[in-house]
Design a protein around this ligand. Sequence first.
Ligand SMILES: Cc1cc2nc3c(=O)[nH]c(=O)nc-3n(C[C@H](O)[C@H](O)[C@H](O)COP(=O)(O)OP(=O)(O)OC[C@H]3O[C@@H](n4cnc5c(N)ncnc54)[C@H](O)[C@@H]3O)c2cc1C
Length: 452
Amino acid sequence: MSIETTTPGHLECLDRIAAVVGEPNLIVDRDLVAGYSVDWTRRFSGPAVAVVRPGSVAEVAAVLADCSAAGLPVIPQGGNTSMVGGSVPAPTGVPPLILSTLRLRRLDPVDDLAGAVTVGAGVTLAEVADHVRRAGWTYGVDLAARDTATIGGTCATNAGGIRVCAYGMTRDQVIGAEFVRADGSIISRLDGLPKDNTGYHLTGLMVGSEGTLGVITAVRLRLHRPVGTTTVGLVGVPDMAAALDLVESAVPEGERLLAAEIIDAEGIRLVREVAGLQPPLEQEWPYLLLLEVSGDWLELPADSDAVVAMDTATAARLWEYRERQPDAISALGVAHKLDISVPLPRLDQVATAARSCAPGDARVVVFGHLRDGNLHVEIAGVPAGDNELDRAIFAITAEAGGVLSAEHGVGRAKAQWLHLSRSAAEIDTMREIKRAMDPAGVLNPGALLPLS
Ligand SMILES: Cc1cc2nc3c(=O)[nH]c(=O)nc-3n(C[C@H](O)[C@H](O)[C@H](O)COP(=O)(O)OP(=O)(O)OC[C@H]3O[C@@H](n4cnc5c(N)ncnc54)[C@H](O)[C@@H]3O)c2cc1C
């Protein structure tokens, strides 16, 4: 056993936890714990005392009750694909216990009558998608980290992704939740009644709470019927305003928009360099718009410079230009990965201003979920600790009427700037909710709400 420096009280707490979950599910080996202590971006990391892998809601409850009593901080972690340091410890402070949800693997049969399914927090997005597809349904949330991101993590961050324009955010899909409060009490509301007006919507409160209010152990998800055939196209556009105009006109009558993604020229250059992809169009454009619609064609103007996939292999190839963006910039080193939400008429203005914040030798790519006003501004070639760059871009975003996170959440990375997007009264209210749910302050301290 090799445990990060901790107090005798915390060590006794870990002994009790080992007795609850079984020794193999309390990981204390420093090298193994280190693997859980750095996030996907490699920008955020810190020491943890151990990793616990509870296998049931009762075990989660016992772990949290013990940690609250001992004052041992706990960081809930799913797939650890967070881009904002929310799933890993801070570099300073009391080393926390990481609570991995990956053994919470409940996967109930699809309820055809309700159009819903109940799944455990540790099941991945891809596993849920496969499970419901086999039963003739589709789940409304999809994103590039689908093979690793968990249902618990996507609920805790209210994840967005590529289908928001069709189905909404994760919050729109979650119709019930089972979760454990910091003191170990269990709240279970998995009935998923379509109408239930009996008081505060605690399920909704947990969605987007980023591990600060409780640990989600299972959720009831709303499902959708698949749309059938879809068509994917990539179109060159001069700017995002032109891309937005095209989005509206490209959807054939009676069909649905399923995705409207934007990638700038630098992002295309970078993904071609890193992934060896061919030029998608003959001409280079300031932006490429990726569209997916239901049905078997896209309504594009005759003079468009576009490629439209005629088969699923080509459609997958077109999606690669978009989905490989996060990996491509990370191949250059630890990148700043910002996820801003901007009013649609200001997208071009904010993208230009954000680029101008970066030093001349940095590489900046802008891509994202165009129809949702969600831009990912990712920058390589600046020190990981250069927080001033992030602050400047968040300030520009706020001045334009946007907010500093569209979908990744606040995490540890942006907590200090929450006031740019939320009023003092809102932050006070959030702190009061946090105190009520987690009086000992053990759940993910320093994430979402700045330490006071
Ligand atoms: C390549 C790539 C593409 C991505 N694309 C998108 C995208 O399009 N849209 C988008 O929204 N995000 C995207 N992300 C970010 C990330 O995938 C999401 O934030 C996802 O929701 C995180 O899920 P996770 O299981 O990895 O959670 P983690 O990273 O483990 O945790 C995220 C947060 O949730 C908390 N948490 C995790 N599980 C629980 C639980 N059971 N109960 C309570 N709290 C919990 C953690 O404490 C942390 O604060 C992307 C990430 C990558 C790497």
